[in-house]
Design a protein around this ligand. Structure first.
Ligand code: AMP
Ligand code: MN
Ligand code: MN
Ligand code: MN
Length: 283
């Protein structure tokens, strides 16, 4: 029996999610989530609103962020949990990433323009809401709105995914830097959705090995068909990582995993949130 329903990976309007931080907490409460982390892409601006709403709703709240990293030429994501968002080094680093995100958005718009789709930066910015910078999720929504793609997935498949006309090869920060900033801000470093990178076993081991060397602490169990809890547990045990868990919620949509929807945590796993759970019950 799992009395606790945790979700340690979610997005708000401060990055590419569609719910405001307060609305996200409301949905979490409705879904009977007992502990939630907000982990916007390279952004911590939504944390105060979410924290206040969580306090009101009686939900345990974990301050988080999802940092964009380039590793071996691939984009991978590192979630920081339990960070102090006011930590100066982390705040400065995230601000730098957002600047580079903004430059990338201009390039994406130029390339879409060259492919015959004008005004995408203005369109995506309008859809970005509270987000300080535009990400590919906002471009995807713009492309759907204009009828260029049937849904977000199709927008990535046709325009924004690797090698497509709106794709920009971008250099994010290094794995070691990302983990260092997160840990320096008192957070735990989690490798987000390891199976989404479609790495073969050798590359997966190389990534986890480097993640370990840089003092990464946990790997994430997410929802969906590629969750693979037992294989993930094997990797976690091999490298001495604990597990984190969250479905990476962006928006309620047909077929998408909802807030709090994670596969059952496999027996024998070291749970990253165990201590937080304990201190919450004690309080
Ligand atoms: P960015 O960090 O701006 O490059 O955008 C990455 C985000 O785009 C991810 O966090 C997802 O929200 C979204 N995304 C990436 N690939 C896909 C896809 N194939 N279908 C739908 N959304 C995607
Ligand atoms: Mn996203
Ligand atoms: Mn991610
Ligand atoms: Mn995410």
């Amino acid at each position: 029996m799992q009395s606790l329903r945790i979700d340690l990976h979610s997005h708000s309007t401060y990055s590419d999610g569609v719910l405001t931080p307060a609305a996200l907490i409301e949905r979490a409460s409705h879904n009977r989530v007992t502990m939630l982390a907000l982990t916007d892409h390279d952004e911590v601006g939504g944390l105060p609103e979410a924290a206040a709403a969580a306090r009101e709703a009686g939900i345990g709240f974990v301050q988080g962020v999802e940092v964009s990293v380039t590793w071996a030429g691939l984009t991978v994501h590192v979630v920081g949990l339990g960070i102090d968002p006011r930590n100066a080094s982390l705040a400065r680093a995230l601000a730098g990433i957002r600047v580079s995100r903004g430059l990338r958005a201009t390039q994406i718009a130029q390339q879409l323009g060259a492919a015959g789709i004008p005004d995408s930066l203005a369109g995506a910015s309008r859809l970005a809401g509270a987000a300080a910078v535009v990400g590919r999720g906002h471009f995807a929504r713009f492309l759907v709105e204009r009828g260029h793609a049937a849904d977000g997935k199709a927008a990535f498949r046709k325009y924004l995914g690797f090698g497509k006309c709106g794709y920009v090869a971008h250099r994010w920060v290094s794995l070691g830097d990302a983990i260092g900033w997160i840990r320096g801000a008192g957070g735990h470093a989690v490798l987000a959705h390891p199976y989404r990178y479609r790495l073969g076993p050798l590359h997966m081991h190389a990534l986890l090995d480097e993640f370990k060397q840089h003092r990464g602490q946990a790997i994430e169990l997410c929802g969906g068909v590629r969750a693979n809890p037992l294989a993930l547990l094997r990797l976690a045990k091999h490298f001495g990582f604990s597990l984190s868990a969250g479905p990476d919620f962006h928006a309620a949509s047909k077929g998408a995993t909802d807030l709090g929807d994670i596969p059952p945590i496999p027996d024998g796993a070291q749970r990253l949130w165990q201590d937080w759970e304990a201190s919450r019950s004690a309080a």
